[in-house]
Design a binder for this molecule. Structure first.
Ligand SMILES: NC(=O)c1ccc[n+]([C@@H]2O[C@H](COP(=O)([O-])OP(=O)(O)OC[C@H]3O[C@@H](n4cnc5c(N)ncnc54)[C@H](OP(=O)(O)O)[C@@H]3O)[C@@H](O)[C@H]2O)c1
Length: 266
């Protein structure tokens, strides 16, 4: 990963791996390294290093960090604890969750807008495919936009469809993002219609935690396509039409027996 001229924030930077990460980021030419520590103190005099008082369990300190940092390219959630103790002790488990899980979640949620801005403002003329390392899968960008708009969205049911039909584009990231946003609108529109079908199935007394996955699997045309599939937009349109024709009266409890999770891998 190339972090030359980038702005990096590392939590738990006063010792151990965090401290080594600060040194490595500087060695690789980072422009600014924000070093988060609980005490605010740091033994590093490099002018590119800015110490931040940052306990990752403290939302007020996190927010102050967001205000101070302004723009960010890389966030390293390094801070963590590993108390080897009696794991029947709930206090110890809660401490681990507070730092290692919730701390990381709070940091990521708070700094996400800065990371997004850093990516889009600075680098958006580069092809989306150049970002494959960060973004992992093209489908995850579309799902990410869905989650951003509707935090309670359940993307699992649609992931295999998007994954089969989306790939990283050679268009600039700026334009590729617009395409993902358009697709996300279509997915969310479809999801609304799927939710309406699920509601009707429930009203008929059908109960299963997998009703949504069942409906999505039923309307998914890719199940029958072995050759080159149509473009995603076309598939989503077909699925949307199928939700409107979905006859809930025909579904029997035994039809649900095989539906135990998101649609099978395609
Ligand atoms: N070393 C390993 O073999 C290993 C293996 C697997 C995973 N890890 C994980 O990798 C990370 C770094 O490991 P390490 O060996 O460098 O650990 P370490 O020497 O124990 O350092 C942990 C760092 O996290 C900071 N920290 C703890 N709670 C915090 C909080 N609430 N807010 C902000 N900072 C907090 C500590 O700050 P204070 O100095 O103020 O306590 C310290 O800087 C940890 O998350 C660890 O669990 C390490």
């Amino acid at each position: 990963m190339n972090i030359a001229n980038k702005t990096v924030l590392i939590t738990g930077a006063n010792r151990g791996i965090g401290r080594a990460l600060v040194d490595e980021a500087l060695r690789r030419g980072a422009k600014t390294v924000y070093a988060g520590t609980r005490s605010g103190a740091l033994q590093n005099t490099d002018p590119r290093v800015t110490p931040l008082t940052l306990d990752v369990t403290d939302l007020a300190q996190i927010q102050r960090g967001v205000d101070e940092v302004g723009t960010l390219d890389v966030l390293i959630n390094n801070a963590g604890i590993a108390i080897y103790d009696d794991l029947s002790n709930l206090d110890v488990i809660e401490q681990h969750l507070a730092v290692n899980f919730l701390g990381m979640l709070k940091m990521t949620r708070a700094f996400l807008p800065l990371l997004r801005r850093g990516l889009v403002d600075d680098d958006s003329s580069r092809p989306e495919s150049n970002f494959a390392f960060y973004l992992e899968e093209s489908a995850l960008v579309t799902l990410g936009v869905c989650y951003e708009r509707v935090p309670r969205f359940g993307g699992g049911a649609y992931h295999s469809i998007l994954r089969r039909l989306e790939e990283f584009s050679s268009e600039p990231l700026r334009s590729a993002l617009k395409v993902h946003e358009k697709r996300a609108t279509m997915v969310l529109d479809l999801e609304e219609r799927v939710a309406a079908v699920v509601k009707k199935l429930k009203e008929r007394g059908l109960v299963s935690p997998y009703l949504r996955s069942f409906v999505v699997a039923r309307i998914n045309p890719l199940r029958w396509i072995k050759d080159e599939p149509p473009p995603l937009e076309e598939v989503l349109k077909t699925m949307r039409e199928r939700t409107m024709k979905f006859n809930v009266e025909k579904i029997k409890p035994q039809d649900l027996a095989g539906a135990a999770g998101p649609p099978d891998e395609i």
